[in-house]
Each structure stands twice: as structure tokens, then as C-alpha cells.
Design a protein around this ligand. Structure first.
Ligand SMILES: [Zn+2]
Length: 284
């Protein structure tokens, strides 16, 4: 398996080199979405929802504020897509990637996890009313919510990859959107605690491990090639080191095990979004 992974990864490196001549000459603010309308966003969103057999009735809306979507058990679920993220979208694959990332937060129940954590921390310190107590709780909240946000973003990204694969969109488009948002230092997709490289590496490794044919097939845009160039040096160093390569493989195996465990647990849930998680088609 190690050998296979090595072969796959070195194949990918050849693609990098072959495409490194691409220049990052694209515009990060294309306004492609402005030429469409919200009903187009809804069409793409519905494609993802239907393909992944999500049971809730979903309506997609564009919002001017960054907002963490909250899942509920209502018959109709609104999913808000931040306008700031839509300015980096240049085609349907990239639009689907932004939508899938938001649905990724929903199916993983991130909103409620963050709220529960904040409540627990607030209840820790009996001196919350003193200046120091407030500062301690504030600091704890910041540290832990930074960590939680970072993990949530990574989890939403890899769930988005699965959702996109099932709905027959190119999951590598998510790498492009993240890269373009980071280049412009703007967009709700970004997390200040998570570097662009770490984010891209996370999406890339997950896709390469679970859907290697898709990575081989490539996503032929300048922004994707530039994003790959960003992680190229680190990837090369890691792949040349058998211990690091083995560690990366183990991390993917663990993600896969955790995912299967969660699917089993969520299958019993009455929340339509959790149930949706359990019916996702994980194989290529
Ligand atoms: Zn997010």
C-alpha cells in the first residue's frame, strides 16, 4: 500500500511539474456569480442535496453577513451562502464547492458543537464577574474556539469533498476557491487560524486517498495549479521521507475509521441532517 501511495503521489508530482508553467494571471474577483442569479445557486444546491439523499427541504439564500449555518429539525432548512465567497467562484464546480462546504458544517453539527463548548467554558470559572475571571474565561474561549474552528473548517472541507463526489462535481474546485479567497484575504470560507497551505493539503490528501482517480483527472484551472504549487515543496519533502509518508497514510486511515463510526452512530439520529450524513455514498 505504501508503495502504491508513493507511486500515486509521485504521479501527482509529475502533473505539478508539467503544469508549473501556468502563471497566476487570473482575476480573483471575477463576478461570474453576478451574471447568474440566486435561482442558479438554488439549482446547484438542490443537485447536491438530492444526490446525497438529504431528507430536509432546503432553500439556499445569499447573505451579506458571515454566518454559521445552524441545523434544525424544521421541515424547511435555510442554508445561507456568504456573498463574499461567491466573488471567487468562476464556474458551477466552484459554486458547488462553496455550497458543499456550508452543508459540510450542517451535517457535522458544527454550530451546536461550538455553542455547547462556549457554554461549558463560561460555566468553568466562578469569578467570571471579576476583571481577571472575565479575562480568563475570555482567553479560554478564544483558545478553544480557535482550535474548534480550525477542526470544524477541516472537517467541513473533507465532508464537502464527499458531497461533491456524490453529486458529480469536481471536489478539487474547493482547493481553487480556498486559494483565491486566501489570495484576496477575504471570504467567509477563510479561518485566520488555518493557513491556506494547511487547508489545501488537508483537502488534497483526503481527495487523493479516497478518490485518487479524480486527482489524476485533475482540475484544469490556473488557480488550481497555483494552489498546488503552494504545497508542492512540502509535499515533495514529505513524500521523500518514508516515515512522514506512512504517518500521512495513517492519518487518512484514521479519518476513514472515524467516518464509518460516525455513520453508524448517526444512522439512528432523528435529525434529518445527521441522518443525511449516514446515507452519503463514500465510494468512488
Ligand atoms: Zn467554514
Amino acid at each position: 500500500m505504501k508503495k502504491i501511495l508513493g507511486v500515486i503521489l509521485s504521479g501527482i508530482l509529475c502533473i505539478f511539474i508539467a503544469n508549473s508553467a501556468f502563471a497566476a494571471s487570473y482575476n480573483t474577483s471575477t463576478n461570474w456569480f453576478d451574471s447568474k442569479n440566486v435561482s442558479h445557486l438554488n439549482t446547484i444546491g438542490q443537485n447536491i442535496v438530492k444526490a446525497n439523499k438529504m431528507p430536509a427541504t432546503v432553500i439556499f439564500k445569499v447573505t451579506d453577513n458571515e454566518y454559521m449555518n445552524e441545523n434544525n429539525t424544521n421541515t424547511t432548512q435555510y442554508v445561507y451562502i456568504y456573498r463574499g465567497d461567491l466573488q471567487y467562484v468562476e464556474n458551477d464546480n466552484e459554486l458547488a464547492a462553496v455550497v458543499a462546504h456550508e452543508i459540510g458544517h450542517l451535517v457535522n453539527g458544527h454550530y451546536s458543537k461550538s455553542s455547547i463548548l462556549n457554554n461549558i467554558i463560561s460555566s468553568f470559572n466562578p469569578n467570571t464577574k471579576t476583571e481577571n475571571g472575565t479575562a480568563t474565561v475570555g482567553l479560554l474561549k478564544t483558545i478553544s474556539s480557535n482550535k474548534v474552528n480550525k477542526d470544524n473548517e477541516k472537517e467541513a472541507d473533507i465532508t464537502a469533498v464527499d458531497l461533491l463526489m456524490t453529486a458529480k462535481y469536481n471536489p478539487l474546485a474547493l482547493i481553487s476557491v480556498v486559494y483565491k479567497s486566501d489570495l484576496a484575504k477575504n471570504g467567509g470560507l477563510l479561518d485566520e487560524n488555518l493557513s491556506c497551505e494547511e487547508r489545501i493539503m488537508n483537502i488534497y490528501d483526503y481527495t487523493n486517498y479516497n478518490y485518487p482517480a479524480k486527482v489524476k483527472e485533475n482540475y484544469k484551472t490556473d488557480s488550481y495549479q497555483s494552489a498546488l504549487n503552494l504545497i508542492y515543496a512540502n509535499l515533495k519533502i514529505r513524500n521523500a521521507d518514508s516515515k512522514k509518508l506512512e504517518k500521512a497514510k495513517k492519518e487518512q486511515e484514521k479519518l476513514q475509521k472515524d467516518k464509518l463510526k460516525r455513520i453508524r452512530n448517526m444512522a439512528k439520529s432523528t435529525n434529518p441532517w445527521s441522518a443525511a450524513y449516514s446515507v452519503m455514498n463514500w465510494s468512488e
